[in-house]
Design a binder for this molecule. Sequence first.
Ligand code: B12
Ligand code: SF4
Length: 392
Amino acid sequence: MHILLIAPKYHGYTYGQNYFFNLGIAYISAVLKKEGHDVSCLNTFHIPQVPNCLEKSILKCVDSRGNIDLVGISGLSSMYAFVSEAVAATRRVSPESLIAVGGNVATTMPESIILDLPIDYAILGEGELPVIELIRALESNESFEAIQSLAYRHGKRVIVNQPGSGINELDSIPFPDFEGFEFGEYLKRYCSQGHYSYIDNPRPMPLLMSRSCPRHCTFCYHPPQHKYRQRSVLNAITEVDYMIDKFNINIVEIYDEILFTSFNRERIFELCAYFQERKLLWGCQVMVDAVDEDILMTMKDSGCQTVSYGIENISPRILKSMRKGMSLSKITEVLETTYKVGLDIQGNILFGDSEETWESALENLSWWLANRKYCLNILPITLVQNKYLNFI
Ligand code: B12
Ligand code: SF4
């Protein structure tokens, strides 16, 4: 089957800037190529901003292939406008192509996206298995009934099948298709800009070591049926070794929501030893209760530059309401230690929890002001349409 995959650019992106590589659709491309499909990829971050640029780029892909059977578009909920534009452009230049939308924009609102946009399918949650099964069903003219995590039109109705649980064995998934989405072009943007000013010729790669999260903070979205799963360290470092050989990468940006937890810390020591040996710089996100001074020093010595913490609030009442499972004393202890060890800190203070009061908001602001040295962001919580939040 001839497939075109479209990686979205996020709102506010200016052509030429560096950006965060879209791993999700690169994983989809890798499994489709492994299955023997003919896959074209369009990385919309690389499209110059000229009139009708998206449509012209899609047309170019369609023309170069003769025809495209299925167009797959990815997006977060915040990228709805982009997805809508990409769907309209696809319908104009290739009216016969089937269109499937994946990513959180589809996962969180499958019915509305199918009813509102002229698309054929929405893929919910992790897309590797459902997209392969969808294509098999299309090729053999079979029904879609048994395909988990698929939503589709049926007359005027939308059928949303049972959600699947994702892939259990993460090591079995092929490495993301970096080349397909012009990874060399992605790297060029980092070399010409000051994002990693402390290093000559920065060449970062994104890496995903786990999927989902063992926690259930109220404001954070995960498809409920996806459990927390981890790749083996060996599998992940094999991917990094490949990227060093292929693209000479020297920075690893770990996209995991939490790289390790208080119950699997041994991984971090293994990983640190590897980063140190390969002289790589790296950064990650963790919860404050997973680290201590020993771990932070090992991380620093191994090339870690930045640790991003899920802090979110300092009021015990709001932390409880958010289900963060953290205490202010642990937060302050870990921030102080991280600062002392010399790691850059990232983190947010969120406003707008359902229990928020003027008093708690002011309490947070005063704390934030008194702790400006940690450079934490202050952000509102944004609500999106999400029926799955009911599960919490
Ligand atoms: C890295 C990251 C970013 C990067 C950009 C990522 C990118 N280029 O896509 C940056 C830092 C820019 C970012 C920004 C934001 N992010 Co963010 N981010 C992540 C993070 C940590 C990892 C993303 C990732 O690589 N996941 C791993 C891949 C494998 O999963 P995936 O992308 O979902 O892809 C799978 C499926 O969705 C599906 N799929 C995806 N695309 C397609 C396409 C097709 C055709 C098919 C069939 C299937 C398919 O299959 C993929 C493989 O299984 C996730 C959390 C997470 N672990 O997912 C949050 C997450 C995606 N972010 C989130 C949010 C809220 C934001 C912000 C809105 C935050 C803010 N308030 O500013 C902004 C939005 C930016 C914008 N302007 O639109 C939410 C999204 C919620 C939602 N409903 O969309 C998440 C899920 C965090 C959370 N748990 O709440 N983010
Ligand atoms: S905020 Fe962080 S710890 Fe909480 S559920 Fe989301 S990823 Fe997990």
